[in-house]
Design a protein around this ligand. Structure first.
Ligand SMILES: Cc1cc2nc3c(=O)[nH]c(=O)nc-3n(C[C@H](O)[C@H](O)[C@H](O)COP(=O)(O)O)c2cc1C
Length: 173
C-alpha cells in the first residue's frame, strides 16, 4: 500500500476482533512512532508502553467506561493498546508530540492491514486511579498522554483514494 492510500484509509475502528496482532507488526508500528517529529527533538521525554495484558485492559475499562458511551469503550475490544507517555516539562508540547507519534503509528497499522483507534478520553479518568497508572510500569516522572488501540477490525477495512474529511483552507499568496 502506498503512503497516500495508507493515509486516506486510516480510519477509527470501534469494533475489534479478539485476534492479537503479531509481535513483528507491533515492532513495525513502534518504529513508525519513533520516526515521528518531536518538538526540539526531545525523544527522551517520550515513552511507549505496549499493553496486551487482558486483565489490565479490563480493569481500566471497568473504571473508566461511561455506561452511556459507545459500546465496549474505551478500547472497543482492541487487544493491544500502545500508551504514549511524556515527562516533558513543557506541558504544551506533550499533546502535540503524542499526536505526531500516534498518527504515524495509526497510518503504519493501516498499511499493515491493521485497524486502530486514537484514545484520549479515558486518560483523565484513568489518572484518577493511580493504582491503574502504576500498572503501566512507567519510568519515574512520566505521565500517560494518549493511547492507540490496535488490532484486527471485525469488518473488512475499506481502502480510500482520497480524504474522507475536509478542513477549510485559505491561501495567502
Ligand atoms: C486527539 C484525539 C483524541 C481522540 N480521542 C478519542 C477517544 O478517546 N475515543 C474515541 O473513540 N475516539 C477518539 N478519537 C478519534 C476521533 O473521534 C476520530 O479520529 C475522528 O472522529 C475522525 O474519524 P476517523 O479517525 O475515522 O477519520 C480521538 C482523535 C484524536 C485526534
Amino acid at each position: 500500500m502506498d503512503a497516500f492510500t495508507a493515509l486516506y484509509s486510516r480510519k477509527s475502528t470501534r469494533d475489534f476482533a479478539e485476534m492479537v496482532p503479531g509481535d513483528a507488526f507491533i515492532e513495525k508500528i513502534l518504529n513508525a512512532g519513533m520516526a515521528a517529529p518531536v518538538g526540539r527533538s526531545r525523544y527522551e521525554t517520550m515513552h511507549l508502553t505496549v499493553v496486551s495484558n487482558y486483565d489490565l485492559l479490563q480493569d481500566i475499562t471497568h473504571i473508566t467506561a461511561d455506561e452511556t458511551s459507545r459500546n465496549r469503550a474505551p478500547f472497543y475490544g482492541a487487544p493491544v493498546v500502545i500508551f504514549v507517555s511524556s515527562n516533558n516539562e513543557r506541558k504544551d508540547l506533550r499533546l502535540s508530540d503524542t499526536g505526531c507519534i500516534i498518527e504515524n503509528m495509526a497510518v503504519a497499522a493501516r498499511a499493515l492491514g491493521l485497524a486502530s483507534i486514537y484514545l484520549w478520553g479515558f486518560i483523565a479518568p484513568m489518572k484518577e486511579h493511580p493504582d491503574l497508572v502504576a500498572r503501566l510500569n512507567l519510568p519515574e516522572g512520566f505521565e500517560p498522554i494518549s493511547a492507540l488501540g490496535i488490532g484486527y477490525a471485525k469488518q473488512d477495512l475499506d481502502t480510500y483514494s482520497e480524504p474522507r474529511h475536509a478542513i477549510d483552507v485559505n491561501y495567502v499568496k
